[in-house]
Write a protein that binds this ligand. Sequence first.
Ligand code: ATP
Ligand code: MG
Length: 393
Amino acid sequence: MNSKPLFLHDDLDEYFYNRKNDIKKLKYQINSLNYSLPQQILLTGYRGVGKTYLLKKIMTEIESNIICTYIDIAQIYAQEENELTKETALIELLKEMNKSIQANNYKNKYKAKITELIDNLKLKKYDFHDITEILNIPIPKTETNYRKLSQFVMEFPQKIVDEIDEINGFVIIIDEFQMLKKINDLEKLFWLIRSYSQTQHNVSYIFTGSISRSSEILNEINGESGPFGGRLQQITINPFTKEETKSYFKDKMSEINFTEDGFERFYKCTRGIPLYINSFYNVMDSNQLYTPEIVKETFFTNMEQILIMWIKVWSSLNDNEKNIVKQLVDEDSLTWSELLEKTSISRGTFNKYLTNLKYKGILNYTKKKYSIEDEMLKTWLKHEKEVYGIYPL
Ligand SMILES: Nc1ncnc2c1ncn2[C@@H]1O[C@H](COP(=O)(O)OP(=O)(O)OP(=O)(O)O)[C@@H](O)[C@H]1O
Ligand SMILES: [Mg+2]
């Protein structure tokens, strides 16, 4: 039995299943750059539903006249020793755009033009920190000037399209974008993107991350008074349906046998979320016939392996954050003031922890009440409490 990779894997073709309609929809949006119709897209969906996987897959399939650049804000954040700033985000974006252009074969043919572009920018004073060259053309180090830096980075993709005949469009994918909230004056960055995206006809943006549909950040950027004011097109990636899950097993994991109601139980438990399906599969046995009882038993005895993602997330929380989560597992849902009262910490720190939990996709806030976003996380915590009398440390 081959185990299924639980996190991103290079060999997408071997492991990737279906998503035909989502791929079609997104490709259609991306290809509209060929007609100078840029798009701003927000891709949402549960944690582990396959947003990142899907985008990576699409990137391998997109025609070579459109350049795709992908940046993961969580990764940039993790690398930053100091705090995340607008400048860092922009510089990382420039670095990645540069890599994506390099990956194409245009560089030799267009080297002269690109050199000219860079010469122009050398006249101004940008500081590209550790980017020392673009397309092997060295860039001198100079001082930081946010205005100039932002202008250059934002204009860069459209310039590439304008300068290189074979290129019709540039797609910028920003993953784990909720982590951008760590930037103090984030608003400015979004307004910046918005202001350029209005005049650039060949640059599309796709934002995605671990965000629930009700997430505040959506309202902040796409709400009436936010920078995008409703112009961000929201596309939701759904879990696999029961039928899709069934044929996923048939196609890729046919050695696993379920009874009819055993499969029902499996689907109910994983809710069609590929991350859970794969991690559950990894603890299954081809010599077993999976009845509802056996599905349940397998789930509870292997919970730690199946929920590995949440266990990592849990261990990254501090005591106050864990405490907030515990209250919500006990009470299901609470208002802000009820929750504050139960945690007995000061307002200021309470809000900080609450916000952190929202960034991590753990809390949901709907109808003025907080609750746990993911049922699996809740089930795991409840189970631990039941079995050991206490929540995991
Ligand atoms: N189409 C698919 N076919 C097979 N497996 C998939 C598919 N989509 C997702 N998976 C599995 O689910 C895992 C999680 O997917 P992915 O990381 O893309 O989720 P995500 O929606 O980006 O989650 P997060 O919100 O945490 O970033 C993948 O590593 C893979 O194991
Ligand atoms: Mg992801």
